[in-house]
Design a protein around this ligand. Structure first.
Ligand code: GDP
Length: 299
């Protein structure tokens, strides 16, 4: 299956190394534990989460739940499975009226592509979709969104380059309400180097949304690029200061060895992972399922 093949490199850098570790040691000693720590760190699980897992392992040894290297693997599978399945990962849908999805993230993480994939996903479920091109900073971003909109057969609300993003959002909300759209997906600019501007812009967009639809946005989705590993966690920390994030979409899990970052996002940031990107195609977006993910990682 697609998820399993996407995680091939992560499995090589993580699961297979743990299997080798188990074979390589007769007893659990400090050297064996150091090596385990190395494996977790190099799979981009993150320092914080690695330390937590190592504490768990040491406690497991004390409690005699872990008596030999062979016991390490099932112990870790169980513990990581628990971390992955914390929190509500299911995407939220409005009770009445349009579901508003506000999409944020740094340029290049795959924001536009992901919005296109989301549009396609909901279209396939017979939902009507409108896209709002509120990244008005780059003309290319508006064009790209139009292309994805055409592909998914979704209307795109766009102004010209340099227009006020909040005005685009206002028009898109009006259109979504009057056309009785099911889903409105809002693209936003991702210039993190002008952090103050970004926060102002997001705040303004937020206020416009709340004024038109008080219980929206139903999701504020942060797009993170799995290939950036720990940097993704750092970005998430910065963005939490700009907007209340309801979930993460982790892109580019295919072809990276850094898939362990999912564990760090869930454990360290306690953020739900709502979707994962597993390729460049329009169907390469999957709802995140903790059990499927753990199975694909370990089996
Ligand atoms: P944006 O600047 O954040 O809007 O990024 P784009 O949507 O333009 O995507 C940047 C690049 O990442 C493009 O080449 C996409 O095809 C690629 N991309 C996006 N999502 C994925 C994914 O899940 N897997 C892979 N392999 N590539 C992706």
């Amino acid at each position: 299956n697609k998820l399993k093949s996407s995680l091939t490199k992560t499995r090589k850098s993580f699961t297979e190394k743990i299997e080798q570790l188990v074979i390589g040691y007769a007893d659990i000693n400090e050297e064996c534990l150091d090596e385990l720590e190395e494996i977790l760190i190099s799979a981009d699980v993150g320092v914080h989460t690695t330390m937590k897992l190592m504490d768990d392992v040491r406690a497991g040894i004390k409690k005699k739940e872990i008596n030999s290297p062979q016991d390490l693997q099932p112990f870790l599978i169980k513990r990581i499975g628990e971390i992955l399945s914390t929190g509500e990962d299911k995407a939220c849908i409005a009770q009445t009226g349009p579901t508003v999805l506000l999409v944020i993230g740094v340029n290049g993480v795959g924001k536009t592509t992901t919005i296109g994939k989301l549009a396609k996903y909901y279209k396939n479920k017979n939902k009507s979709v409108i896209l709002a091109a509120a990244d008005t900073f780059r003309a290319a971003a508006i064009d790209q969104l139009q292309i994805w909109g055409n592909r998914a057969n979704a209307d795109v609300i766009a102004h010209t380059e340099g227009a006020d993003p909040a005005a685009v959002v206002f028009d898109a909300l009006k259109a979504a309400i009057s056309r009785k759209a099911d889903i409105l997906i809002i693209d936003t600019a991702g210039r993190l180097h002008t952090k103050a501007n970004l926060m102002d812009e997001l705040n303004k967009i937020y206020r416009v949304i709340k004024r038109e639809i008080p219980d929206a946005p139903h999701e504020t989705l942060l797009i993170l690029d799995a290939t950036t590993g720990q940097n993704a966690i750092h970005q998430a920390e910065l963005f939490t200061k700009a907007a209340p994030i309801s979930g993460v979409i982790l892109t580019k899990l295919d072809g990276t060895a850094k898939g362990g970052v999912v564990i760090g996002i869930k454990e360290q940031l306690a953020m739900p992972v709502k979707w994962i990107g597993v390729g460049e195609g329009e169907d390469d977006l999957q709802p995140f399922d903790a059990e499927d993910f753990a199975t694909a990682l370990f089996e």
